[in-house]
Design a protein around this ligand. Structure first.
Ligand code: HEC
Ligand code: HEC
Length: 446
């Protein structure tokens, strides 16, 4: 046995020696090349023990239907209004627009099941627990958990899906009891009814979670390139242009991006303050991670709470152990970068219209608070040349999965048929072109 292992290792290291190295990597150290090798492949999807229905397709079907359901909101806003599959599950807006205007940019939900913390500030510790927030937020959907359950109960199609997934709809929430409909907002719920409402809501949230787990990206040009570096048969060194290869070399070396955007998802899953100044040039004014931790620890739907299926898990312990405090002020989660070319505009407040704008920011740090009193001081102006900036952008664009493959997935479709129905009933939307071709959209600003 060990003999075989030795042989394999020898074969492997021989492969690494004979594996081609493009000329753009000539100046890279071994450690810098190792950073590149860690970028691919994407590991298998992490399990979510806090959601015992995570792998259940019947539950995911219910979540799929509800993701596109406009009646969860009195204004006809669905999840898909802001997370439109035609736009890589974003809305192309600077700040998300639902009933009102949100404070933040809508990120994609593609690959969100890979994140340790959910949201720009990591306010949620599971994908499923996040779903209640937009439903009840007055600026997003402006709905209520009772209305959510009412729509399911009173829509035969959803009710059937619910019962296939979870068994009979709770009797305590049936339409007419002596005191009226327990799901009417005007109804004063008894303690028993409230508990039943929250328990049933948690089930439905887990359906949203199960559905969104299935929204996943596919292989990118970078993956084919890294396969070639590992001398694997499906590899292709030409999958990245010379410009993208130079950008990749910069990314793992002098530009320092790898310090936070690392591994196969291009994120350390941690939080950093880049010191982006607020509106009117004020010091950064969004408490971000500081407020998020305070919320998360008290959220009854968190991983250590009564509705979680993994209250004794390491993750639950991690949540209980999170420290609250001001040093986390202004910190945002390092966003993943796979598919980033499809999700303009950028940053938590959508302040940058294009990837070139983002790269220009890192290059000059213009728009960063100079004294960043909570800043981390990792960032320094890079002093790149124009071609180097273009190289970094070319590299970021090589992280785009093949949309033609993704569109084959049933989970990327509006289950009601025509995808036009994901458009909101009022207000105008299109600013960026829809993601309808496998080409990277919106290069107009470069
Ligand atoms: C009005 C637009 C809007 C609607 C409607 C909306 N979202 Fe979002 N979504 C956002 C914004 C904005 C954020 C970022 C919030 C933050 O982090 O502060 C977000 C973040 C998320 C994230 C986090 C992604 C990540 O990787 O961290 C998930 C998941 C998500 N939304 C799912 C949903 C679901 C499920 C629904 C429907 C129940 C929904 N959203 C409805 C705007 C919207
Ligand atoms: C200190 C950690 C850190 C370093 C170093 C870093 N980033 Fe970031 N990056 C972040 C954080 C945090 C955000 C989100 C900031 C926000 O929204 O306010 C971000 C946002 C981005 C975004 C926008 C993603 C989106 O979905 O909106 C891109 C693109 C990006 N970084 C690329 C780079 C590149 C290229 C480099 C190297 C030149 C780099 N980053 C260096 C932490 C870092």
């Amino acid at each position: 046995m060990s003999f075989v292992v030795v042989l394999c290792t020898a074969a492997q290291s021989r492969a690494q020696q004979t594996a081609p190295r493009p000329p753009e990597f000539a100046a890279l150290t071994q450690e810098e090349v190792a950073r590149i090798l860690r970028m691919s492949p994407l590991p298998s999807l992490p399990l979510d023990p806090s959601n015992r229905f995570a792998e259940d397709d019947a539950v995911a079907e219910l979540g799929h239907a509800l993701f596109f359901e406009t009646r969860l909101s009195p204004s006809g806003i669905s999840c898909a209004t802001c997370h439109d599959p035609q736009r890589y599950f974003t809305d192309s807006e600077v700040l998300a627009r639902g009933v009102g205007v949100s404070r933040r940019n809508a990120p994609t939900v593609v690959d969100s099941a890979r994140r340790r913390w959910i949201g720009w500030d990591g306010k949620f510790d599971s994908l499923w627990s996040q779903a209640l927030a937009p439903i009840e937020h007055p600026d997003e959907m402006g709905g209520h958990r009772r209305t959510l359950l009412q729509v399911i109960r009173d829509t035969p199609h959803h009710r059937k899906q619910f019962e296939q997934a979870f068994g009979p709809f709770p009797e305590a929430l049936a339409r007419s009891t002596e005191s009226g409909d327990p799901l009417e907002l005007a109804h004063t719920a008894t303690a028993d009814e409230s508990r039943e409402i929250d328990q049933t809501t948690a089930l439905v949230l887990k359906a949203f979670g199960a559905y969104q787990r299935r929204i996943q990206s596919t292989r990118t040009p970078l993956d084919r390139f890294v396969s070639a570096l590992k001398a694997q048969p499906e590899g292709d060194l030409e999958a990245l242009s010379a410009s993208a290869r130079r950008g990749l070399a910069l990314f793992v070396s002098r530009a320092g991006c790898w310090q936070c955007h690392r591994g196969a998802s291009f994120t350390d899953e941690e939080f950093h303050a880049l010191g982006l100044v607020g509106a009117n040039g004020r010091v950064p004014d969004d408490p971000a991670r500081e407020a998020a931790v305070a919320f998360l620890k008290r959220n009854p739907f968190n991983v250590s709470g009564e509705f979680s299926d993994a209250r004794d898990s390491p993750k639950a312990a991690m949540v209980r152990g999170l420290k609250e405090g001001g040093e986390q002020f202004g910190q945002f989660r390092t966003p993943p970068l796979r598919g980033v070319a499809f999700t303009a505009p950028y940053m938590h407040d959508g302040r940058f219209a294009s990837l070139s704008d983002v790269v220009r920011f890192y290059d000059t740090l213009e728009g960063a608070s100079p004294s960043g009193h909570h800043g981390e001081m990792v960032l320094e102006p890079l002093g790149l040349t124009d071609p180097e900036r273009a190289d970094l952008v070319a590299f970021l664009e090589s992280l785009s999965p093949d949309l033609t493959i993704l569109r084959e997935s049933p989970w990327w479709r509006d289950p009601r048929g025509s995808s036009d129905r994901t458009e909101p009933t009022q207000g105008s939307r299109p600013q960026n072109p829809r993601v309808t071709s496998p080409e990277v959209p919106d290069q107009s600003q470069r």
